[in-house]
Design a protein around this ligand. Structure first.
Ligand code: SF4
Length: 328
């Protein structure tokens, strides 16, 4: 391991100031970053520990929720307001990793975690445009069962690994960031980039910017929402496909719906086209399937993961069928 320095930031301004020195990485719970340093994928010259920044989870004046970036995943999933007003988020967090990892991992770190593509993590032996731009991608034509079926590019077909972010995308979360140029809010659905020709640039964060909080607006879905995750084994595995969804009914038709997919794209995939197709229509399997087909009309699976498209369709249909039954 390379020599490095360690600083524990006491304020957001201190953290921003420290990012200007050398090639630092921000350290939350370390559940992903430390692994990548051990594997030779990440080589920071300094670690800026941001776990002393805000971890508060508190109601906002408009009925929403503000989550400090240093909040632990386990605290988020257990919070009474999350469980009562945003149950899909609690379920998504609990579907991720192990209890020990959730106790360490932070909300800000979850947003910044990197793909679990095996070739990305194999710094010694594999070509990877995300790790070393311009070198190629061994997943294309290799073992790509876990990779993207939509939103990928010829440079990278990796998936985003987060469960939490799928629910945050469905809930219209806003990411609060602060940096040398001031503060701004970025919709979660825009925060992560698709790979195009620069697979190594994964978010809209500018140099020196630090995530301070995640804000959730009031949700119209409440308990009429859920999260389903399909994986190769029952626990401690990343999603083959996941779906976060909320649905309300009025007069026998779908009044409102939100849908986001995980495990299928390089970022949490908000299904806006499917949502638009479903609003005002019947909550029946044929309508769910037609909406899915429209959403995934641009899908381009690799050799080893075409099964994900039918799996995603069935998972979406199953959760919407469940929600429409309980909401009507
Ligand atoms: Fe690297 Fe992306 Fe290819 Fe995986 S899919 S090897 S992360 S470029």
């Amino acid at each position: 391991m390379n020599p490095l320095t360690y600083h524990r930031a006491r304020s957001i301004d201190e953290a921003i100031g420290l990012t200007g020195v050398g090639a630092p990485s921000l350290l939350g719970g370390g559940t992903n970053l430390i692994d990548l340093m051990r594997k030779g994928v990440e080589h920071p010259s300094a670690l800026i520990d941001v776990t002393a920044l805000s971890s508060e989870i508190e109601a906002t004046g408009d009925g929403g929720l503000r989550i400090g970036a240093a909040a632990r995943n386990s605290a988020l999933a257990a919070h009474p307001l999350v469980r009562s007003q945003y149950p899909m988020l609690a379920r998504a967090v609990l579907a991720g990793a192990s209890a020990q990892i959730r106790n360490m991992a932070t909300v800000g770190g979850n947003l910044m975690q990197r793909t679990r593509c095996l070739y990305f993590q194999d710094a010694a032996g594999s070509r990877c445009n995300k790790r070393s731009p311009g070198t190629g991608c061994d997943a294309i034509g290799g073992f790509n069962r876990y990779h993207a079926v939509i939103g990928a590019s010829p440079s990278c077909i990796a998936t985003h690994p987060s469960d939490m972010c799928v629910a945050l995308a469905a809930l219209d979360a806003l990411v609060h960031v602060a940096g040398p140029g001031g503060k701004r809010r970025i919709p979660l659905v825009d925060f992560h980039r698709l790979p195009d020709e620069r697979a190594d640039i994964e978010t809209l964060l500018e140099p020196g910017e630090v995530i301070s909080a995640v804000e959730l607006p009031p949700s119209p879905f409440g308990t009429d929402s859920g999260y389903r995750k399909v994986r190769d084994r029952a626990s401690y595995a990343f999603a083959l496909v996941s779906v976060a969804a909320g649905l309300t009914m009025r007069g026998g038709v779908i009044e409102d719906v939100c849908i986001a997919f995980g495990g299928v794209a390089p970022k949490p995939w908000r299904a806006l086209r499917a949502e638009a197709a479903l609003r005002g229509g019947p909550a029946i399997g044929e309508a769910f399937d037609a909406a899915f087909q429209g959403e995934f009309s641009d899908a381009a699976p690799a050799a080893g993961n075409a099964f994900k498209i039918e799996l995603a369709q069935r998972t979406m249909s199953a959760i919407l069928t469940q929600l429409s039954g309980s909401a009507s």
